[in-house]
Structure formats: C-alpha cells, structure tokens
Design a binder for this molecule. Structure first.
Ligand code: URP
Ligand code: ZN
Ligand code: ZN
Ligand code: ZN
Length: 466
C-alpha cells in the first residue's frame, strides 16, 4: 500500500476551500488534516509532495472530447494515447469521449470500436457517451444495455443532415426512451436543415472563406434548435443537456427553461469564452484553425456566457476537443469552407484558461472547480469518485501553481496538432503535479505516466437532479 501526503497547499473544491494536508492511500483519498487538527504535519508517507504556496484541486473532468474521430473525410489528430497525455499535462484526469454509432449499424459495434481504440493506451481514466446517428427500434433497445454498462448519456444532432442528423421524431423517441432508462440526452442544437440551405447559397455566391462558416451557422438557428430541443424534452419528460452552447440567444432559452424549473442543462467551451469571429476572419485561410460547430460568435456573446456560468444557467465547461492539423487536414476546405473539418484543440488548455478567468474576475475559484470538475462529474455519473477531494474518493489530484506564468503555444503544448488556438496567449497559473488514482502522471512538470494506466470508468446515471 503506497502512502502519499500532499502537504501545506490550499485545498479547493466546489464546496469549500482551506489549508489542509491530503493523505492518499491505495489510490484513494484517505483523509484531510486542517492545520488545527491533531494530524497536521504528522503523517508519514512513502511520498511527500510539498504544496506550499500552491492550490490542491481535483483533477479536471472534461466531459466532451473526440479522440481519433473519423469526421469530414479525415480523423481528429489526437489518439487516445496522445490526447489523454495532453489532458494530464493540462490538469485533466478524466475524459468522457464520444463513441459513434454509424448509420445502419448497431450501437454495440460503435462502442466496441471505441473500446478497441482506447484500451491500453490512456494515461488517465476515461468513459464514453454514445452518439446516436440512427434512432430506430433496435438502437432504442440497445440504449438500455449501454446504460447498464455505464454508458449513460447519448448525443443527438439537429445538425449535419446526412451524417449524424436526427429528425424531430427520432429525437422525441430517443428522449422518451431516455426518460425511461435514466439516460441523459445531449443535444447538438443547430438547425442543420436551414444551415445547409445557407451554405449552398453562400458557396454559389462565391463566399468560400472560413469566415462564412460563422455567418451561415446563425445564432438564431442555434437558439431555434435549443428552444425546439427543450420543448421536445418537455413532451418526452426527459432531462436535456445542450452541448457547446455559443450564442447569447441560446443561453436565454436555457435560462428561460431553468426559470420554469425544467431539468435543462448547458455546456459551453473555452473557445466560445476566449475566441470570436475575429479569429475566423483572420486572413490567408488562418481562419480555418477556428472552424468548429457551433461556430465562434461575435465577441459580444461572451458576456452572456460568463454570466450564464456565474448564474448556473450554464453548468459545465468542457472542451469539445476535436483537433485537425492546419496542414493537411484543415486544408481540405481551401476554396470551400464547408469542407473544413470542424473542431478545435483544447483538452490541454481548459483548466488554465478557466483559472485565467478566475484571475480576470469572471468566476470565483470555487466556481472554477465546480464547472471544470465537480459539475461534469455529477452530471455524468462520476461522482463522488471524481470531481472533488473527499475521503473515499479517487485520488485524482492536481497541484496547481497559481503564480506561474505561461504562454500557450504549439511549440510547447503536448496535443498532437500543429497549431494552438491560443497561440501567444499568456495566462497565470500552471499545473505542477498530477496524480491519477494516487499514481503520479505529471511530477513537477515531467511526464511520468504510462499508456494503459487509465481505465474505462463505467458511469451511473445523471446525479445532478438528486
Ligand atoms: O466542431 C465540432 N464541434 N466538432 C466536433 C463534433 C461536434 O459536433 O461536437
Ligand atoms: Zn428500453
Ligand atoms: Zn456537436
Ligand atoms: Zn463534440
């Protein structure tokens, strides 16, 4: 039995903060000792980590990643091995990735494929949501089996007709089924049918540059789809989690629903909080680096997102990490923005960017931990093992130096992608040491982890309503 003590740091959870030593035994948090307790400074251990002047926080839970995702005629450039390693570098110790049901195929086949991609390769723990791209009697039945195996959330798309798209009838049926089996429906809320008309019209008029990706995927079409998803969930009697919310008008739909006490939840991502259509308009095809869906919005939308995160109209910040190299992958869309593979890298940057949001005064320290660790763990059935530091919980712990400065750059990041969406941005705060179930993965800014340490983590159903 290995004993580790993390001494002298400021322990921050979503619920409270205070100075304490943390005792880790056998991969779990065994006890916390505040400075006035009889145990303070007294524990002996095999390994002592000095956290004086540092924060001791739960490992991040990134509930939205796409490693090795076939999409847009290519595949996202981080594998489970490179992606989970980069996540650890950024202070994230659990990812929930999306297994994909292909059209006409079984959920089982998709889930098996994602198990095969990830098994034995991950540096940190991982779990799966399932993307439903073909809602029919057979896939509805299979949802029940997956819930029993710890795959308890299902993403549906109102966008991407002909690829992942589900019509309203399919969405309603999936929601009705989820209402019965405890599954959580996650929605990509954009009116893809209308967007495809605008795409066609833009291309016919010669508007082919990356910035038109942002212009055709209108905020109103995100808000409309969000509204429709909420009404369908009400009819079905199911909770709803809207992914990658970027538009102020969509936040308003969520706020209105929550004001009616409906079990409706929302996620946003760092790219919508820190980047904007100004990036999409960068000259010389540089804008392709910032093509994702929902798209980046004009800067004015950011205030509503920050407000939503403070008022709890938005509960979670995850990355939607879906990297494609600028050279060779984003290139596929030169001369036609609709062929640029959709997605941004960010799994390594999320905890730091949100700490910068604390420094900038957008959110409190505890809210940082709530939206990045505790809320995603509760939302997706990973609590109480993940997302907090509590006796009996997994010792997924980050020692974070709030005073270190760093400049984000592709030169120094660990994600397998040839650019950074935040190139040159300086932030305060940096991960120093990361434990995953008590095992060091990052030790004083050195990777000491191992592919295969990370385990598939079956999840219970959404704990957010308890
Ligand atoms: O642009 C994005 N978000 N790519 C990943 C797929 C998705 O819709 O989440
Ligand atoms: Zn069933
Ligand atoms: Zn999506
Ligand atoms: Zn996504």
């Amino acid at each position: 039995m290995t004993r580790t003590v993390i001494r002298g740091g400021l322990v921050i959870t979503a619920a409270e903060e205070g100075y304490a030593d943390v005792l880790v035994e056998d991969g779990k948090v065994a006890a916390l000792a505040t400075p006035d307790s009889a145990f303070a400074g007294g524990w002996t251990a095999d390994r002592t980590i000095d956290a004086t002047g540092k924060y001791v926080i739960p490992g991040g839970v990134d509930a939205h990643t796409h490693f090795d995702l076939p999409f847009g005629g290519t595949a996202s450039s981080d594998t489970f091995e490179t992606g989970t390693r980069a996540a650890a570098w950024g202070g994230t110790t659990t990812v929930v990735d999306f297994a994909v049901q292909s059209r006409g195929r079984a959920l089982r086949e998709g889930l098996d494929t994602w198990h095969a991609k990830s098994q034995g390769t991950c540096a940190i723990d991982y779990a799966f949501h399932m993307i439903l791209s073909d809602v029919n009697d057979a896939s509805l039945k299979e949802m029940d089996l997956l819930v029993g195996e710890g795959v308890t959330s299902f993403k549906l798309f109102m966008a991407y007709p002909g690829v992942f798209y589900s019509d309203d009838g399919q969405i309603l049926r999936a929601m009705q089924h989820a209402a019965g089996n405890g599954g959580l429906i996650m929605m990509h809320a954009e009116n893809g049918i209308a967007i495809d008309v605008l795409v066609e019209q833009a291309l016919a008029a010669g508007r082919t540059d990356p910035r038109y990706h942002g212009e055709v995927r209108k905020a109103l079409l995100e808000a409309e789809a969000t509204h429709r998803a909420i009404q369908l969930a009400r009819v079905a009697g199911s909770p709803l989690y809207v992914v990658h919310v970027s538009a102020e008008e969509a936040v308003a739909e969520l706020a209105r629903a929550r004001g009616m006490d409906l079990p409706v939840f929302g996620e946003t991502c760092p790219q919508y909080l820190f980047l904007s259509t100004d990036n999409l308009a960068e000259p010389g095809f540089e804008g392709a680096k910032y093509v994702c869906s929902t798209p980046l919005r004009p800067r004015e939308h950011q205030a509503a997102l920050w407000r939503g995160l403070r008022t709890d109209d938005l509960q979670v910040v995850s990355t939607d990490h879906c990297p494609f190299c600028f050279s060779g992958q984003k290139d596929l869309g030169r001369g036609d923005f609709s062929k640029i593979p959709n997605g941004l890298p960010g799994v390594e940057n999320r905890m730091d960017l949100l700490h910068q949001a604390v420094v900038d005064g957008h959110i409190s320290r505890r809210r940082w931990i709530e939206i990045a660790c505790a809320a995603p763990a509760r939302m997706f059935g990973l609590a109480p093992h993940k997302g907090t530091i509590t006796p009996g919980g997994d010792a997924d712990i980050v020692v974070y130096d709030p005073n270190a400065q760093q400049t984000l750059s592709a030169e120094t990041h660990h994600m397998n992608v040839d650019y950074s969406a935040y190139e040159g941005k300086t932030v305060s705060g940096r991960v120093e040491t990361v434990l995953s179930r008590g095992e060091p993965v990052i030790d004083k800014r050195e990777f000491v982890g191992r592919a295969g340490h990370g385990r598939f983590t079956p999840r219970s159903t959404c704990q957010y309503l308890n």
